[in-house]
Design a protein around this ligand. Structure first.
Ligand code: LLP
Length: 419
C-alpha cells in the first residue's frame, strides 16, 4: 500500500499534486511519501511483535537520504551500513551508534578504525581475516568490538542472480562447514566479543522457503556453537523481503515473514536482528519524469522520457520492472516502449508495455522507486544527479538538491602539462 493515487484526475503524493513538485523542482525527481515510509516501518515491526527480543537495522543502502534516515530513526530503527559514508549518514540522522550494524565484505582498515572509534553496535564479520584485523585494531584502541560472524548457508534465494548472496559461489560470509571453527578461534581473540551469527541470502525474495531453510541451518549451527561452550546471544537474519513491483505480483507479506521467523527461531533464546531495506522504502517512492518526445517506431511508439538509466538503474541492470503511470491519465491506454535519452540501448524502461496514453510534455511516474533508486543514480552522459523530495500530508520539501553538471565539472581540472 502507498500514498500515490489519482484524485480529481491527477496523481498526488499524499495531498500534494506531483505536477506542483515537477513545476517547482523540475524533472526527473524522486518523490517519497512520509506516511508510506512510516506505515511500512510500523507494519514490519508489528509483524515481528510475537518475538521476545528484536532489533531492526534499516539497510541504508536501499535509500540513504538523510531525511529518510531521520524519519526511520524516529520510528526507533537502527541502521545496517556498509561503508563509513553510510555510517556517518546514519549517525548524522540521529541513529544511535549502538544501534548501527556494520556489514560488508570489504570494510577497509580505515573504516574499521572509524567504526570502532564511533562505538558502533555490531560488526558483521565476513571472514576470519577481517576478524583478526578488527581484533588488533580494537585492542590497540583499548576497545572490544562486538561481532557476529556472517555465514554463507549455501541456499538458493531464487531471486535475480545479481542480487543473490547466499549460495556457496557468492563472495559473502564464511563457508557453513568452516563457520564453527572460525567462530571458536575468533571468540578467543582479545579485541572481539563474538555474540552470534549473521545471514543474508539475497534481495527481492518472493518465496519464504529458501529463507526458512537458511534460518533452520543457522539454528543448527547456533546449537553446535553452544554445545562447544561458545556464547550466542544474537542472531542477525538479514533483510531481503521482496515487494510487489506489479499489481499482479503475489508476495509474502511482512506478517507471513514474521510468522515464519517465529516458527523457526522463536525459541532460540536470542535477540533476533533484522536488516530490511526494500520492504520499507520500495513502495514509498516514485520517480517523476516528463515525456520529452514521442517518436514513431516500426512497431510501437517510443516514449522518450527525461529520466534515464543514470537516474533509475534497475531496469538496465536487472531487467527490473517498474510500473509506469501518467500523472494526468485520460483513461485511454496505448502499447509503447519507454526509453531514456542516454546513448545506449540498455537505457530502456519498458518494451511493448500497455500504458496510459502520454504525449510530449506530459508527466509520468515510475512506481516503486523508493528503494535502490536515487541511491544508485550517477551522472553518466554528464547528466545532473537527480534530486529528491519528501511529502508529508499537504507539505513537501526538497530533501536532496539536484547536483548540476556544472558543479561536477567544477570538481575537475586539466593539468598544466596538458596545455
Ligand atoms: N543486509 C545485507 C547484508 C544486504 O546485503 C542487503 C542488500 C540488505 C540487508 C537489504 O536487503 P533488502 O531488504 O533491501 O532486500 N540494488 C539491488 C539490490 C541489492 C541488495 C544488496 N543488499 C536492486 O536494485 O534490486
Amino acid at each position: 500500500m502507498d500514498h500515490f493515487a489519482i484524485t480529481d484526475g491527477a496523481m498526488n503524493a499524499e495531498q500534494v499534486p506531483l505536477a506542483e513538485i515537477a513545476r517547482e523542482v523540475g524533472t526527473p525527481v524522486y518523490v517519497y511519501s512520509r506516511a508510506t515510509l512510516s506505515r511500512h516501518a510500523r507494519v514490519f515491526r508489528e509483524a515481528l511483535s510475537a518475538l521476545p527480543s528484536i532489533h531492526i537495522a534499516f539497510a541504508v543502502k536501499s535509500n540513504p537520504n538523510l531525511a529518510v534516515l531521520r524519519l526511520l530513526a524516529k520510528e526507533g530503527y537502527g541502521a545496517d551500513v556498509v561503508s563509513e559514508g553510510e555510517m556517518n549518514r546514519a549517525l548524522a540522522a540521529g541513529m544511535k551508534a549502538g544501534d548501527v550494524v556494520f556489514s560488508g565484505v570489504g570494510k577497509t582498515r580505515a573504516e574499521l578504525i572509524a567504526a570502532v572509534r564511533a562505538g558502533i553496535g555490531q560488526f558483521n564479520l565476513e571472514s576470519e581475516e577481517e576478524g583478526v584485523e578488527l581484533s588488533e585494531i580494537a585492542a590497540e584502541l583499548g576497545a572490544r568490538a562486538t561481532c557476529t560472524l556472517r555465514v554463507n548457508p549455501d541456499v538458493d534465494a531464487r531471486t535475480h542472480a545479481k542480487i543473490s548472496t547466499g549460495k556457496a559461489e557468492n563472495k559473502f560470509g564464511v563457508a557453513y562447514d568452516r563457520a564453527a571453527g572460525i567462530y571458536e578461534r575468533l571468540s578467543a581473540l582479545p579485541g572481539l566479543e563474538m555474540r552470534g551469527l549473521a545471514v543474508h541470502i539475497g534481495s527481492q525474495i518472493s518465496d519464504l522457503e529458501p529463507s526458512r531453510q537458511a534460518f533452520i541451518k543457522m539454528g543448527a549451527l547456533m546449537e553446535t556453537l553452544r554445545s562447544q561452550g561458545l556464547t550466542v546471544t544474537h542472531m542477525d537474519l538479514g533483510g531481503g523481503l521482496g515487494v510487489p513491483y506489479k499489481a499482479t505480483d503475489d508476495l509474502p507479506t511482512p506478517a507471513d515473514y514474521g510468522r515464519m521467523v517465529a516458527e523457526v527461531a522463536g525459541d532460540w533464546g536470542v535477540t533476533l536482528m533484522f536488516e530490511p531495506g526494500r520492504v520499507i522504502t520500495g513502495n514509498s517512492g516514485v520517480l517523476v519524469t516528463e515525456v520529452v518526445r514521442v517518436k514513431q517506431g516500426t512497431t510501437n511508439p517510443w516514449i522518450v522520457v527525461d529520466a534515464a538509466m543514470n537516474d533509475l538503474a534497475r531496469p538496465a541492470m536487472y531487467d527490473a520492472w517498474h510500473d509506469f503511470a501518467a500523472v494526468h491519465p485520460s483513461g485511454e491506454t496505448m502499447t509503447a516502449n519507454i526509453v531514456g535519452p542516454i546513448c545506449e540501448s540498455s537505457d530502456t524502461f519498458a518494451m511493448a508495455r500497455e500504458i496510459d496514453v502520454v504525449k510530449a510534455g506530459d508527466l509520468g511516474v515510475f512506481r516503486t522507486a523508493g528503494a535502490y533508486g536515487a541511491t544508485m543514480a550517477n551522472t553518466y552522459n554528464s547528466r545532473a544527479l537527480v534530486p529528491e523530495v519528501m511529502v508529508d500530508g499537504d507539505k513537501w520539501a526538497l530533501v536532496a538538491n539536484r547536483i548540476e553538471p556544472a558543479t561536477i565539472l567544477a570538481a575537475e581540472q586539466v593539468p598544466a602539462w596538458l596545455d
